[in-house]
Design a binder for this molecule. Structure first.
Ligand code: ATP
Ligand SMILES: Nc1nc2c(ncn2[C@@H]2O[C@H](COP(=O)(O)O)[C@@H](O)[C@H]2O)c(=O)[nH]1
Length: 211
C-alpha cells in the first residue's frame, strides 16, 4: 500500500475518435506509472488483437456470469455486444499508488462516475463527425452496417460531453496527448490529493518511529 492513492483516469468518447491511439502514446512516454484496465467483451476478436492484452474475449454466458457475480465495476451493451470493466484490479492498483486508465464508452463512464466520483473524466471529441467516420472506415475493422451503428451511437455520445470534467479535441494526436498529460498533472496537484499525500507521509514517519 502506497501513501498516495493512484488516480482513476477515464478516457471516453465515440468509437474511432482515437482513445486507444492517445492512450498508447501516453503509456509509451511513461510506461511504469500507468496501468491499463483490460475490459471483457463478447465482441469477436479482430485481426491482430490478443486475448488478455486488448480485451478478455468471452462468451455471452460468461459475461452474464460476471454480471450475476458482481465482478464488474461497470458494463454496457454497445452495438449488440457487452463490454465491461473487471473490478478486482482497479482498487488494488489504485492502492499501490499507480494510475489506472479506463478506455470506455459513455454509458459505462457515467456509471463509473456514480461509483467513483473522485476519478478524472475526459471526453475525447473528434474535430467533426465526417472526420470520425473517415477514421472508423479507414481503420478497416468494421463492416459497413456496424460503421453506421457506431456513427449513430457517436451522435448520442457527443451529446454527453457536458457531463465530463474535461473535453479534449483529437485533431492532432500529439496535441491531444499533451493536453491529456497536462490534465493528469493538474489533477495530481489538486490540494486534497497533496494534503492526503502529506498526511500519509507524516503517518508513515511516526509509524517508523513507533516500530
Ligand atoms: N488525430 C488523429 N488524426 C487522424 N487519425 C487518427 C487520429 N487519432 C487516431 N487516428 C486514427 O483513427 C483510427 C481510430 O483510432 P483508435 O482505434 O485509437 O480509436 P478508439 O477511440 O480507440 O476506437 P474504439 O473505441 O473503437 O476502440 C485509427 O486508425 C487511428 O490511427
Ligand atoms: N462501457 C464500456 N465500454 C468499453 C469497455 N471497453 C471498451 N469499451 C468501448 O466500447 C466501444 C467499442 O469498442 P471496440 O473495441 O469494439 O471498438 C469503444 O467506445 C470502447 O472504448 C468497457 O469495459 N466498458
Amino acid at each position: 500500500m502506497s501513501d498516495t492513492k493512484g488516480l482513476l483516469i477515464v478516457l471516453s468518447g465515440p468509437s474511432g475518435v482515437g482513445k486507444g491511439t492517445v492512450r498508447e502514446a501516453i503509456f509509451k512516454e511513461n510506461p511504469y506509472h500507468y496501468v491499463y484496465s483490460i475490459s471483457a467483451t463478447t465482441r469477436q476478436m479482430r485481426e491482430g488483437e490478443v486475448d488478455g492484452v486488448d480485451y478478455y474475449f468471452v462468451s455471452r454466458e460468461e459475461f452474464e456470469g460476471y454480471i450475476a457475480d458482481n465482478t464488474l465495476l461497470e458494463y454496457a451493451e454497445y452495438v449488440n455486444n457487452y463490454y465491461g470493466t473487471p473490478l478486482a484490479m482497479i482498487q488494488k492498483t489504485l492502492d499501490s499508488g499507480k494510475d489506472v486508465f479506463l478506455e470506455i464508452e459513455v454509458q459505462g463512464a457515467m456509471k463509473v462516475r456514480e461509483k467513483m466520483p473522485e476519478g478524472v473524466f475526459i471526453f475525447l471529441a473528434p474535430p467533426s463527425l465526417s472526420e470520425l467516420e473517415k477514421r472508423i472506415t479507414n481503420r478497416g475493422t468494421d463492416s459497413e452496417s456496424v460503421i453506421i451503428e457506431r456513427m449513430q451511437k457517436a451522435r448520442e455520445e457527443i451529446d454527453m460531453m457536458q457531463h465530463y470534467d474535461y473535453v479534449v479535441i483529437n485533431e492532432d494526436v500529439n496535441r491531444a496527448v499533451d493536453q491529456v498529460n497536462m490534465i493528469i498533472q493538474t489533477e495530481h496537484l489538486k490540494v486534497d490529493r497533496v494534503v492526503d499525500k502529506i498526511k500519509g507521509q507524516i503517518h508513515q514517519y511516526f509509524q517508523e518511529e513507533i516500530d
